[in-house]
Design a binder for this molecule. Sequence first.
Ligand code: FAD
Ligand code: NAI
Length: 481
Amino acid sequence: MQVKFTQYLILNTLTMQYDVIVIGSGPGGYVSAIRSAQLGLKTAIIEKYNVLGGTCLNVGCIPSKALLDSSEHFYNAAHTFAEHGIEIPAPVVNMTQMINRKSGVVKKMNDGITFLMKKNKITTYIGLGSFVDKNTVKVSKADGTSEDITAKNIIIATGSKPTVLPFMPVDKKRIITSTEALNLPAVPKTMVVVGAGVIGAELGSVYARLGTKVSFVEFADSMIPTMDKSMGKELQKAIKKLGVDYYFSHKVTNIVNNGDDATVTATNSKGEEVKLTGEYVLVCIGRRPYTEGLNLEAVGINMDRGKVVVDEHTLQTNVPNIYAIGDLIRGAMLAHKAEEEGVFVAETIAGQKPHINYNLIPGVVYTWPEVASVGKTEEELKTAGVAYKSGSFPFKALGRATASMDTDGLVKVLADKTTDEILGVHIIGARAADMIAEAVVAMEYRASAEDVARMSHAHPTYTEAMKEACLAATENRALHA
Ligand code: FAD
Ligand code: NAI
């Protein structure tokens, strides 16, 4: 009997079509497929939409950054060109063109991923993937047909969708999520943004720069409340210049579509009720893991509050040949975190022993000024009882920032009080998104603040603020402050 079972298993393994099937083509899924193929594994990817790239490429990172850039050009043309000595007639927004350019960027990247799948000999299936058993996935196609495909290993990378609550009835007309906010037909006169987290800050900035009167309603007492407190405070000051209103410590309890606009009801900490009406209400109160249609019950995958539970060391689910990555599992909902996990799982399947340092996954908010963070916040160090020292340096003391009129912001470096090892870096300012890479490298190699302070930083650059903040942290001896 034992021999027969073993024979069955060997036969079954031999007849599998693929070594790896990836379900979902976001940054987690498609990167995992590429790495699997690079490692010689026969790989297929399934995507339910007819374009690849997932949330990040189609309705997330890329289109939002395209609109952030366009709106920043508009804002500068209207508000800063004159001071630079460039005189132009008052600029006018052509929303159709702005959205078309954004869609063109997305299309170019979609084509790029399709090319990468072909180049790496990855078979793409367009259709909804659902489990039949632990080695078989049914692909249900738009034309009503379906096909079962088999693999030794399956990677679930189906991502996330916006969180919606019963008293915030998103109707995609007046009460919208980030997806609709990336395709508005015209610049609205007014917009109420519910949630001043990452999406609220970014898309709220886009419309505020284009001339919309934006009101933020936020449950916490500041913007981007999960980042180091000093970042939220600085960001609020900078975004306030766009003429926005803030309603912090306000909990939204109801939203109603009135036809031509929508009204938000919120209650503040004293129990007082506030009503705010906008042409659109943008609901961005977080995202939830997306597992609908996967038929996870067929294989008995363990879940915890909507997330797929994975082994910390392998990212395997409780069914050993099935892995899960990205927004679907615990941790930050970030494209580069999903990508790291995609590579990690492919290498694990190939028998390697990869590692991810979750503490060093940076977080970036692409407002202007940008906000970027890595490692521990000051609040986290206090809670953990770690003795630390802090050094800051303001952008306004930098020659480069003054030359380009981007003087809002600062770099804050947190280092261990005894060893001087850098524990956290928090930057708000021009090009913070790119500057944070230096902090990630330094922390990966466990540099001290003095190590970074003693390295030459080109002059004049924004990165000099990093060197100066490290000098301030290590011995309180910044040179230009
Ligand atoms: P996803 O990108 O969500 O991809 C999952 C894919 O699986 C989707 O294409 C979906 O259609 C497919 N799928 C789902 N179920 C099935 C099924 N049963 N069968 C077949 N296919 C299926 N992160 C950053 O790091 N930087 C940013 O600047 C940034 N900006 C953002 C801006 C916005 C407006 C939003 C909404 C998000 C942003 N994010 C950003 C977050 C980022 O988009 C996500 O963290 C990332 O996309 C997660 O990748 P993923 O591979 O886990 O899932
Ligand atoms: P978020 O978690 O960043 O912010 C949601 C905000 O809504 C929080 O500040 C919360 O306090 C508030 N909120 C919740 N319920 C509320 C209520 N009833 N009334 C008022 N306020 C309420 O989530 P967000 O902005 O929706 O983004 C989702 C995810 O997408 C994030 O996890 C983020 O990582 C990712 N993302 C990343 C980006 C980047 O890396 N640049 C850009 C955009 C999104």
